[in-house]
Design a protein around this ligand. Structure first.
Ligand SMILES: [Zn+2]
Length: 227
């Protein structure tokens, strides 16, 4: 009896230190899954944007279905809108049920304020942006410590993003990027991740030095907290 109690104590201590160690990481990891599907974690908070979507929908990227397992309990799921290449009703339901996922989509973004009050070092802001064939579409600005990470989703409009200064990483689609380029509008961002490409899509013209083309599933971007 005593032995097994000891064992349990050791295991609990180990789990405690493992979690503690992990929560002290001073960086955020951003993993590209496919389309606008991204996963962010700083070791404490697990956040998905536009995932899970319907793999291969509208001839866009497929993803390894293992992405749907290994999901941390209480993960947060943000959706820009509900087109199938961004959102799967069936899979989202599963995330909610199986992993106690917190779901925020274009119909309940008003609840993000309550969520923000519970988050450490994170804040999530939904910005209403236009996109055809949907009533509501939101871009998201995520602030982690002093780092700004912006996800445009499917909008091609520059209006909202023009008001955002000092972005660290901007994740945007080719049509918004081309729109900015043709209008010679400079977006105030250090880095750009170009997402939502067709599997064989090529980007024409010069690729800016600060741009990363996201076509490879599981590509990871790390941002250090150096504030
Ligand atoms: Zn789309």
């Amino acid at each position: 009896m005593k032995n097994s109690q000891n064992k349990i104590f050791v295991i609990i201590t180990l789990i405690f230190f493992m979690n503690f160690g992990y929560s002290q990481t001073d960086e955020i990891k951003i993993k590209f899954i496919g389309n606008c599907g991204m996963y962010l974690t700083d070791g404490n908070i697990n956040l998905y944007v536009d995932f899970p979507y319907k793999s291969g929908a509208h001839k866009y990227m497929k993803y390894d279905e293992n992405q749907l397992y290994n999901i941390s309990e209480n993960s947060i799921f943000l959706f820009t809108h509900k087109h199938k290449d961004h959102y799967s009703k069936k899979l989202v339901r599963k995330m909610k049920k199986k992993y106690n996922g917190k779901i925020y989509d274009n119909w309940n973004v008003n609840k993000l304020d309550d969520l923000n009050n519970t988050l450490n070092n994170f804040s999530i802001k939904a910005i209403k942006t236009p996109h055809s064939f949907t009533f509501k579409h939101y871009s998201y600005l995520i602030t982690w410590h002093n780092k700004k990470i912006y996800f445009t989703g499917d909008t091609g409009s520059l209006e909202a993003i023009n008001g955002v200064k000092n972005i660290d990483w901007l994740f945007t689609n080719p049509w918004l990027f081309m729109n900015a380029k043709s209008k010679k509008i400079k977006i105030d961002t250090k880095m750009i991740g170009l997402y939502h490409l067709y599997p064989n899509q090529k980007i024409e013209g010069e690729i800016p030095k600060n741009m990363m083309i996201l076509k490879k599933e599981n590509e990871i971007i790390t941002i250090a907290n150096n504030q």
